[in-house]
Design a protein around this ligand. Structure first.
Ligand code: AMP
Ligand code: ZN
Length: 469
């Protein structure tokens, strides 16, 4: 498998630190609002990366954090007159709902910054002790970038250039810095802010330290993959490398993966520009699987422009896959037992080739666009060759194969109608029972519920019949 590594700016063969295992850290959102669909891009992309590793037989330890202490959270809490913890708890819960809708699996661990303060104090202490950090007069602790020879290796910036660039920018409140490119590890509290005790001052962590600490705690000093949106390359990930490598004395992540932006009118979708849709907005118009499919229709390192046309195209594409699989499930009801026919054996060989095509695309730096093209070819093959009367072996092979590939993409293809059928029958039976017991209120309630689901009941002489509205 090849992965494009931001560190080397090249595709590299994936070699895990430990055979058969992947340790992966993905920077998660700051939780002060509903996530927008730009934030959803790394979630979907790296969930798919995780799923593909698992498909290949790796055991993946996947860690993704929630940044739950930050200026934006504190501001929002002050606006609403509630605790910062209330804001972050609310939006973590909302974010998890969106993830579920997008079929993004929960991480192995979802640590939260405020729960990891002891680890942060310890790492900051180590950095001070070994000369990589210093305490200013007001108690702020800064990382000394000049002490780390490799500073700039991820963003391919040169420290001298960085320092002269930063020199132009004078930031009030940061007079205690030895150098303008130094960054905050710990800062004194201000009025109305949450804070923790420390040896340097009552205060709170800078943003970067949390990820170094969580990665160390849940994955170890060295990890295979560190990922996030490309806006995180500098300064966030550069600073994470500085902290982790200076504290642990080991290379931090082997591979750094960054997704390109989701744009709108060719500008990055962001809260600050106000040009965003939340995942919740989209869920009012589409099944969120459509959003997932839309995101995966482009390679993760290509910018992707959000538009109504592309969403419609994604919707149609997804429907084509679901309909194709429904057709197969229907055909499966009337299959012939026994061996595949000679023609089918040839088709099975074609299916194998398409699976190889899918895998080759995914092996090539997770090219989901090409992988989806292979799935479409498989659907086409299935639509033209599988039918009632085909052999059970052939139909089952097609169905299982398609399901496996769709699982990698995180697309749910279950025949919703079938699941629904059982549910409907069961509700109708309960309604009949209620009527028998002369509990007409309950019977009506069930009828109402069914109507909400788009199911119309007709009481006929032969019994209850139902149809979709
Ligand atoms: P934030 O809450 O801003 O820290 O963002 C959480 C994650 O979403 C990070 O990995 C960001 O890089 C990513 N992200 C934010 N906006 C976009 C966007 N428009 N397109 C792609 N990724 C984004
Ligand atoms: Zn991070």
């Amino acid at each position: 498998m090849k992965i494009f590594n931001t560190l080397s700016r090249r595709k590299e063969e994936f070699v895990p630190l430990e055979p058969g295992k992947v340790r992966m850290y993905v920077c998660g959102p700051t939780v002060y609002n509903l996530i927008h669909i730009g934030n959803a891009r790394p979630m979907i992309v790296f969930d798919t990366v995780r799923r593909y590793f698992e498909y290949k037989g790796y055991e993946v330890n996947y860690v993704s954090n929630f940044t739950d202490v930050d200026d934006k959270i504190i501001n929002k809490a002050n606006e609403e007159g509630v605790d910062a913890a209330e804001i972050s708890a609310r939006y973590i819960a909302e974010c998890k709902k969106d993830m579920e809708g997008l079929n993004v699996r929960p991480a192995t661990t979802h640590p939260q910054a405020t729960q990891e303060i002891p680890g942060m104090l310890e790492m900051i202490g180590t950095l001070i002790d070994n000369g990589h950090a210093y305490v200013a007069a007001d108690g702020t602790v800064y990382f000394r970038t000049a002490s780390f020879r490799d500073y700039g290796k991820l963003s391919h910036k040169n420290l001298d250039e960085l320092q002269s660039g930063f020199r132009e920018i004078k930031v009030t409140g940061e007079e205690g810095k030895e150098d303008p490119s130094d960054f905050v590890l710990w800062k004194p509290k201000k009025e109305g802010e949450p804070y923790w005790e420390s040896a340097w001052c009552k205060g709170r962590p800078g943003w970067h330290i949390e990820c170094s600490v969580m990665a160390k705690r849940y994955l170890g000093d060295q990890i295979d993959i560190h990922a996030g949106g490309e806006d995180l390359i500098f300064p966030h990930h550069e600073n994470e490398i500085a902290q982790s490598e200076c504290a642990n004395g080991k290379p931090f992540a082997t591979y750094w993966m960054h997704n390109a932006f989701l744009n709108i009118d060719n500008r990055k979708m962001s809260k600050s520009l106000g040009n965003f849709f939340t995942v919740r907005d989209i869920s009012e118009k589409y099944d969120l699987q459509v959003l997932r499919f839309f995101m995966l229709s482009a390679h993760y390192r290509s910018p992707l422009n959000f538009s109504a046309e592309l969403m419609e195209a994604a919707k149609n594409g997804l429907e084509r896959i679901i309909t194709g699989m429904d057709r197969l499930r229907d055909a499966a009801k009337t299959v012939q037992a026994g061996e595949p026919t000679a023609a089918e054996a040839e088709q099975i060989a074609q299916v194998r080739e398409l699976v190889e095509k899918f895998e080759a695309a995914m092996d090539d730096d997770f090219n989901t666009a090409d992988a989806i093209a292979a799935v479409f070819e498989l659907i086409r093959l299935s639509n033209t060759t599988a039918e009632a009367g085909s052999s059970k072996a052939y139909i089952s092979y097609l169905l299982e194969t398609l399901q496996k590939l769709c699982d990698v993409l995180g697309i749910i293809t279950e025949c919703k109608a079938e699941v629904l059928d059982e549910e409907i029958e069961e509700m109708i039976a309960r309604r009949q029972q209620a009527r028998k017991e002369k509990n007409f209120a309950l019977a009506d309630e069930i009828r109402g519920k069914l109507l909400d689901m788009g199911i119309i009941l007709e009481d006929t002489r032969e019994g209850v019949k139902w149809r979709r509205a």
